[in-house]
Design a protein around this ligand. Structure first.
Ligand code: ZN
Length: 186
């Protein structure tokens, strides 16, 4: 089932996600719905907060993006074909940021029609749990690195506008204000 995506101004987007200690049927259904919602919206990632749940849970799929490459090492093994590793369902992720950064274009399903250049680490290491309860370790660079950082931010109540330059935020100010108003009316 496709879920409504919470938009900027909804307080749930600022809530830090609770750790998931047990995967029950509710979580399994939520994950299924999050995957359907992300794919229907053509997104590369979706955090639980964006569909109304403050949980340490995110789904990602960068395999359909062809013009922005990703590299991925999964549990020490380089992944040659990203499609074999996607979609990712990550519980309780913890990310370690690489030192080198670059600036790249980013959008967010909770911010329709807003894109901005955001500075992020080029590479990250991430540890998380899978739905099956296994520990998973991902080393990523390129778009996947950026998407992982964006999603882990969501799980901690941090939004990409928090990482915009002040000039960029100023240029989006009226759109952001309008979004907040629209959300408040719903
Ligand atoms: Zn987002």
């Amino acid at each position: 089932m496709k879920l409504p995506i919470r938009k900027y101004g909804d307080p749930i987007l600022r809530a830090k996600g609770k750790r998931i200690n047990e995967v029950d049927d509710k979580i399994l259904t939520l994950v299924e719905n999050m995957l359907e919602t992300m794919h229907a919206a053509n997104g590369v990632g979706l955090a639980a907060q964006q569909v109304g749940y403050a949980l340490q849970l995110t789904v990602l799929d960068v395999s359909h993006v062809e013009d922005r490459p990703s590299a991925m090492i999964l549990n020490g093994q380089p992944v040659a074909d990203l499609q074999t590793a996607m979609p990712l369902v990550l519980l309780n992720p913890v990310v370690r940021l690489g030192e080198a950064t670059d600036v790249g274009s980013e959008g967010c399903l909770s911010f329709p029609d807003v894109t901005a250049e955001i500075e992020r680490s080029i590479s990250v290491e991430l540890e998380a749990e899978t739905l099956e309860g296994d520990a998973v370790r991902i080393e990523a660079s390129g778009l996947l690195s950026r998407a992982l950082q964006h999603e882990v931010d969501h799980l901690n109540g941090i939004l990409f506008i928090d990482r915009m330059s002040s000039a960029s935020k100023a240029s989006h100010a009226s759109r952001l204000k309008r979004l907040q108003k629209e959300t408040a009316r719903m």
